[in-house]
Design a protein. Structure first.
Length: 292
């Protein structure tokens, strides 16, 4: 699943991206991360040498390769991507000052490199097989897919057994099965979002104009300045807590069309556990979800 990073937001629309590991602009001093939590650098150059086009910094008994980009920005920024650590710094900042900032930020860097490594490992896991007995994530738990071929078409979910039974014509192929399950998930998404949006809108004292489902591969949700909200139907794979976080996030943009401290304070006012939910959503690997 392709992920978009660094896209410039439309000033009239703010979106909750699926994936973005950017450090705060002003790095704070952190304790050294324990060695057992330290990931290997993504590149594998000769011992003691940095990968081509990268610099290497030693942090205790470990080392990290990083790409350095000079820009007109006024602060030092950090970004973790599939290529590893990228540091963006003003042209006037010395290399020594940059490396001191990396040392101060090392706990965050090691944590995010570990998360990226784990995500890469999850990408290698086999995708869901669309067959009888397969499991499908729904509202944070796995449900079992039951296929009844040659029967009258239909789909039904048994909450007590957590089984989703799909009846299909005998000649139906895998894509027809996927289409039925996707349509069912989208119908459940409409029902769920229609219940959760008014609940949090009332808590916040705002009014949204409309909501619609999104199939975006880069956003969990978006909100326009005139109150049109879009929510990704794939959120139905996650727990209700994570769905509520995205709902609260988008509705909060009706108060603050930005991601300023005031915006996050607004989110917290109606969803106090937002930090935990935000982290859990970031750590979820979209590429491990079923492919329809």
């Amino acid at each position: 699943m392709k992920l978009l990073r660094h896209a410039q937001p439309d000033p009239n629309q703010l979106a909750l991206q699926l994936d973005f590991f950017a450090a705060p602009l002003s790095p704070a001093t952190q304790d050294a991360v324990p060695p057992e939590q330290t990931p290997a650098t993504p590149s594998s150059p000769a011992p003691g040498q940095a990968a081509q086009g990268k610099r290497r910094i030693h942090l205790g008994q470990h080392h990290v390769d990083y790409a350095l980009l000079r820009s007109k920005r006024r602060t030092i920024g950090f970004l973790i991507s599939d290529e590893g650590l990228r540091v963006t710094a003003p042209k006037w900042v010395t290399l020594g000052e940059i490396e001191n900032a990396i040392r101060e930020k090392q706990r965050w860097i090691f944590t995010k490199l570990n998360e990226r490594r784990e995500r890469s490992a999850r990408r290698l896991q086999p995708q869901m097989q669309w067959c009888d007995g397969a499991t499908l994530p729904y509202l944070g738990q796995n449900i079992t897919l039951r296929i009844r071929a040659g029967q009258a078409t239909g789909i039904a979910y048994d909450e007590s057994t957590r089984e989703l039974t799909v009846a299909l014509p005998a000649e139906a192929g895998e894509q027809q099965l996927k289409d039925r399950v996707q349509a069912w998930l989208q119908a459940r998404a409409k029902e769920t979002f229609a219940l959760r949006l008014p609940l949090y809108a009332e808590k916040l004292g705002v009014h949204y104009q409309s909501f619609a489902l999104s199939s975006a591969t880069t956003q969990w949700g978006s909100c326009t300045a005139d109150g049109r909200i879009r929510l990704n139907w794939r959120l139905m794979h996650f727990s209700l807590t994570l769905i509520d976080y995205v709902v609260a996030h988008e509705l909060s943009h009706l108060r603050e069309m930005n991601h300023s401290p005031r915006f996050w304070a607004t989110v917290q006012s109606i969803f106090p556990e937002f930090e935990t939910a935000k982290r859990a959503l970031r750590e979820s690997a979209p590429e491990t979800l079923p492919i329809f």
